[in-house]
Design a protein around this ligand. Sequence first.
Ligand code: ADP
Length: 515
Amino acid sequence: MQPQTIDPAMLARAISALRAAIGEKNVFTAEDDKVAYSDHYAPDESVHRPSGGLAPATVDEVRAVVRIANEFRIPLWPISRGKNFGYGGPAPVLKGSLVLDLSRMKRIEIDEENGTVLVEPGVSFFDLYDFIQARKLPLWLSVPGNSWGSVVGNALDRGVGYTPYGDHAARICGLEVVLPEGDLVRTGMGAMGNSKSWQLYKPGFGPSWDTMFCQSNFGIVTKMGLWLMPEPESVLGFDIEFDKPEDIGWAVDVLAPLRRDGVIQQSPSFGNWMRSAAVMTRREQWAKPDQMLDEKAISAIRKHFNIGWWSVQIRTYGPLEINEATNRHVQKAFNGKKVLAMKPSRWVKGDKPLGSPVSGTPISFPLANANWFSGRGGHVSYSPVLPPRGDLALKQFQRTKALYDRYGMDYHASFSMGERSMTNVNQVLFDRDNPVMAANLDRIFRALVVDAKEQGYGEYRTHIDYMDVVAETFDFNQHALRRLNEKVKDALDPRGILAPGKSGIWPAGRRGARA
Ligand code: ADP
């Protein structure tokens, strides 16, 4: 049985052992350090305040850290760069855990011919982009909206990007993992000591384990293989603006078949007016703080920035001759449909670089939406997965918008079109200096999860505050999935040291901490 809380005497002994193992200067326990490793987007940072952080530089040091954590039964929360904003940033589920910060591990190995890379957790999207640019390699990244984070951390949390390689977890090919008791494994073909195809062939021999380390607490990933997109000859497409909220219905029905049959290979994301506006302006310019944004204010914002109620970017990639035909096919699908604007976009190899996430250029400007309110801003993300159908999108919009209105929040959402699904990403923005709004954030989040569950929709990813709440909705056969997860957890991590509570998975002895 594990203790429910973290024993301060054991923590102190662990910290001395950690200092001896990885160097005094790489273990951080000052008050400022605890604040630095907290979730700066949360209503109350103290709920998930860690006891500090530690930053090993090598796999051997990670293994030494794990052995010490086992000896003193101190929970570790691994992060790669800890920029998982909206989902908890660097902070652990369990208060008092030590944050295992892998950002000093920054090795990059590229196989140019095959378009693959082997990266360590500290490599950010900017680092990998610079590495590729410096060598003028014809390979493109897929980057998430906030590219400040880690390539490894983002893929492990199933982050998404804008190119055909935008499902980051799906592009993983081979991992190196330190298991919770300190053993070191390589998955896929990497299990063979002298393998020549670790980054080339995903399944390996026998069971495949790569996905087991995504959104889980079963291991610490110290290296990740990923496939990169060979630079295409052309990128074509359209920027489309829609006038009315109801347009989401028919527009989803236009794109869903094009996604399913592979004509469009990236995931177009319909964002509402606020997704565009919140990075360019502040709310106070359009309404008083205690006033809801009515249609008049929304129209004024839209007019000022020339944006639709919804907008979407569609891009197709490939050899020009094929791509032009593909693009015509996409255009035809919109024939006779009433759009506000449909602006063509065309890039052909040799043109000036696109410099956009659709060509894998890292960005960080979406973080500017934290300035929407006048106080310190933050957001918590709520992201259920739906079947890709227009009527369902429209109803989802109407039900969730009614909840935003009830709790006094500004509607900020997108519908991202997967091959066989549609993810409704909501960034619920709030003013961290407004206690009423912070309290309402919790209310709306719980209401949204209940609403999704009633419809049969589950979240694809969630904030550390709500991991138990969301895991609870995966309830087939009295939570058989949770039983399976926790059986595996106990087998791999008998002392319960690795990320207790991640994705609602608790080790034996700490299950009393389940929310
Ligand atoms: P990013 O900086 O890309 O946003 P994070 O480092 O915040 O990514 O990682 C997101 C989440 O993924 C973390 O909260 C943690 O639960 C998990 N994670 C990140 N890196 C690792 C790793 N190397 N091994 C295991 N889990 C990890």
